[in-house]
Ligand binder design. Structure first.
Ligand code: 13P
Length: 251
C-alpha cells in the first residue's frame, strides 16, 4: 500500500519575520489537502515565531548538533528545536555535508539524537554529478545509508529519507523517471534489510528542482513518498501546487 505523501519545504537561509505571512498562507492552504502531510523547515531562529503563527502545522529545523548539550558555541540541540516548537528536522543535507564537512557518522549521530527526543527526521543522501556520470550513484547512496542510518527506530518519532542528487539541487535539472525509480527502489530494499518490515513504512522523498510542472510525474514513481522542496517552497504560489500534485496522485 502506498504511504501517505510528505511534502516538506526546506527554506535554507531564507526567512524573516516578514515571511510569516507566507508561512500562514501555506499552512492554511495545506488544510485543503488532508491526504498529504506538509511541513516547512525554516531557519532555527524563525522556528518559535513560525510555530506560534501556525499552530498544528509542522514546522521543522534544518540541522541539529548531535550532542544533548554542552560547550558547542553557535550550535542548536534537538531538544532546543523541540522546545522552540519544531516537530522535525532535516539532517545530513548535502549543503552541510559539503560546506561543514559532515561525515556519515556525524549525520547518524544527529539522526539518533533527534529521534531520541521525539523529533521526526528527514535524513538526506545523494550523489554528485561526477559519481552519477561514472555509474556509481546507487553504490554511493548505499554507502551513505550504511553509514548514516540510525541503529534503531522508535514509535515516538519518524524517520524519512530524502534522496537529493547534488547536481539536481537548485539547477533545474532532474534525473529521469527511471533513475529516480531505480534509486528509490534500492533505498527501499536497504531500509527493509536494516529495519525489517518497518523499513517498508519509512517514507522516501525525492528532492532537487521539484516544481509544480514536474511534481505530478515525480510523485507517480514507485517508492516516491513525497518531496523535499527548496526554492519552490518559499512562496505559497509555487509550493501549494506541489502539495496539490501529491494529493492528486494520492487519489
Ligand atoms: P531545490 O528545490 O531548490 O532544488 O532544493 C532542493 C533541496 O536542496 C531541498 O533540500
Amino acid at each position: 500500500m502506498a504511504l501517505k505523501k510528505l511534502v516538506a519545504g526546506n527554506w535554507k537561509m531564507h526567512g524573516l519575520s516578514a515571511d510569516l505571512d507566507e508561512i500562514r498562507e501555506i499552512a492554511t492552504a495545506s488544510r485543503d489537502y488532508p491526504a498529504v502531510d506538509v511541513a516547512l523547515c525554516v531557519p532555527a531562529i524563525l522556528i518559535e515565531r513560525a510555530s506560534r503563527a501556525v499552530p498544528g502545522f509542522a514546522i521543522g529545523g534544518q540541522d541539529i548538533h548531535h550532542a544533548e548539550k554542552g560547550a558547542h558555541t553557535g550550535c542548536t540541540s534537538a531538544l532546543m528545536l523541540l522546545d522552540a516548537g519544531a516537530s522535525l528536522s532535516i539532517v545530513g543535507h548535502s549543503e552541510r555535508r559539503e560546506a561543514q564537512r559532515e561525515s556519515d557518522a556525524e549525520v547518524k549521530a544527529k539522526a539518533q539524537s533527534a529521534l531520541a527526543v521525539g523529533l521526526n527526521v528527514i535524513l538526506c543522501v545523494g550523489e554528485s554529478l561526477e559519481v552519477r556520470e561514472a555509474g556509481g550513484a546507487v553504490a554511493t547512496v548505499g554507502a551513505q545509508l550504511n553509514g548514516s542510518l540510525p541503529d534503531s527506530l522508535n514509535a515516538e518519532a519518524e524517520l524519512a529519507i530524502a534522496y537529493e542528487p547534488i547536481w539536481a539541487i537548485g539547477t533545474g535539472k532532474i534525473p529521469t523517471v527511471a533513475e529516480i525509480g531505480e534509486m528509490h527502489a534500492s533505498i527501499r530494499s536497504r531500509l527493509v534489510d536494516r529495519y525489517g518490515a518497518y523499513g517498508s513504512n519509512v517514507r522516501i522523498l525525492y528532492g532537487g528542482s521539484v516544481k509544480a510542472s514536474n511534481a505530478a510525474e515525480i510523485f507517480a514513481i514507485a517508492d516516491v513518498d513525497g518531496a523535499l522542496v527548496g526554492g519552490a517552497s518559499l512562496k505559497a504560489a509555487d509550493f501549494v501546487p506541489i502539495i496539490a500534485a501529491a494529493a492528486a496522485v494520492e487519489g
